[in-house]
Write a protein that binds this ligand. Structure first.
Ligand SMILES: *Cc1c(COP(=O)(O)O)cnc(C)c1O
Length: 361
């Protein structure tokens, strides 16, 4: 068996220990004679799985008691609509547009009400996070929306915006569980799991209880009303059972690793290896303002399209895959999520060093 180093932005690398464990349990989950895929979501066995997953997630993020944890479907994209459906009581919301995903969420919200872009970094291809200390947030805004780690552009908020007392809603898809978070600062903390947690097909939303009500926009589908999901503990209909089981395994793995403080340190170490190299390279350079760099997604370029393509092809041949950058940025992007081992980043930098030697004119 040969595993590559997978730098994909998502679906992305998962911990090998977790994949092995899942393989071992595939045919016969703990003596019950079937796979978790074949199990009723109403069974005691499955209830234990989803309850343990929720508890482990709560432990990892120190989720306060007045927050609900929901396991949902539809991807982060569907959640872009769920946010206004459930929160836009005044039909007004403030969006900070720091990349494609924030922009898509902003566009989606316009279907439901008056979504206002209060800041944007589109003027410089989203290569920075705007100053959010004193934004012009409408008095009657129902919430302020951010995308906390911009998967495509490789920027991240290192300080939360001043929402002037409004509810903060944050898409953390590509940084979920990469470091500790103070959940009490958020109204809604959510993300698709396929970047940093588990297989595609599940969204985890951590929502302050008082924001989960029957007072939703008219026409909101039953399934998309958070109260429906919260009242049924994410078991209103058949949830993505196997996916939640896999996420649960990753939560246990994170706990065994020492929790999110330890993950943060590891992620900082890994990112530093790559950023230090980029800062000193004569061939490669990072595309993002230093202060706003992401620990998870690292875009870089040579400045020469053909050379970028050559790099991606040769890296693949060397077992370093999915390094091609997003089409709107070009160049390369290394996603170095929790499950990417330090050895993978070291190997990448070693490869880049060699490539630079051979290709620097
Ligand atoms: C990938 C991604 C999304 C979209 O996720 P889907 O589950 O495919 O809808 C949204 N936001 C961010 C930050 C992402 O990285």
């Amino acid at each position: 068996m040969a595993r590559i180093y997978n730098f994909s932005a998502g679906p992305a690398v998962l911990p090998e220990e977790v994949l092995k464990e899942a393989a071992e349990e595939m045919m016969d989950y703990r003596g019950c004679g079937m796979s978790v895929m074949e199990m009723s979501h109403r069974s005691k066995m499955y209830d234990d799985i989803i309850k343990a997953a929720e508890q482990d997630l709560r432990d990892l993020l120190n989720v306060p008691d007045n927050y609900k944890v929901l396991f949902l479907q539809g991807g982060a994209y569907q959640f872009f609509a769920e946010v206004p459906m459930n929160l836009m009581k005044n039909k007004k919301a403030a969006y900070i547009v720091t990349g494609q995903w924030a922009k898509k969420a902003y566009k989606e919200a316009q279907i439901y009400g008056d979504a206002v872009a209060v800041a944007s970094s589109e003027d410089k291809t989203f290569s920075y996070i705007p100053d959010c200390s004193d934004l012009d947030i409408p008095e009657d805004a129902d919430y302020v929306y951010i995308c906390e780690n911009n998967t495509i552009y490789g920027t991240a908020y290192h300080k939360l915006p001043n929402t002037k007392g409004k509810i903060l809603v944050s898409d953390v898809s590509s940084k979920f569980l990469s470091e500790p978070a103070d959940i009490s600062k958020y109204g809604v903390y959510y993300g698709g799991v396929q970047k940093n947690i588990g297989p595609a097909g599940c969204v985890i939303a951590i929502i302050r209880e008082d924001l989960i009500t029957d007072d939703v926009l008219p026409g909101t589908p039953t399934m998309l009303k958070w109260k429906t999901q919260a009242d049924a503990d994410s078991l209103f209909n058949t949830p993505p059972c196997y996916n939640i089981y896999m996420c649960g395994k990753v939560f246990k793995w994170l706990k065994n690793m020492g929790g999110l403080e330890v993950m943060k340190q590891r992620n900082e170490e890994k990112a530093a290896i790559l950023y230090d190299f980029l800062d000193n390279s004569k061939l490669f350079k990072g595309t993002v303002v230093k202060e706003d760099r992401s620990l998870m997604n690292v875009p870089f370029i040579t400045g020469d399209k053909d050379l970028d393509a050559k790099f991606v092809a040769e890296a693949k041949a060397a077992g370093l895959e999915n390094l091609k950058g997003h089409r709107t940025v070009g160049g390369m992007r290394a996603s170095i999520y929790n499950a990417m081992p330090k050895a993978g980043v070291e190997k990448l930098v070693e490869f880049m060093t060699q490539f630079e030697k051979e290709n620097l004119k």
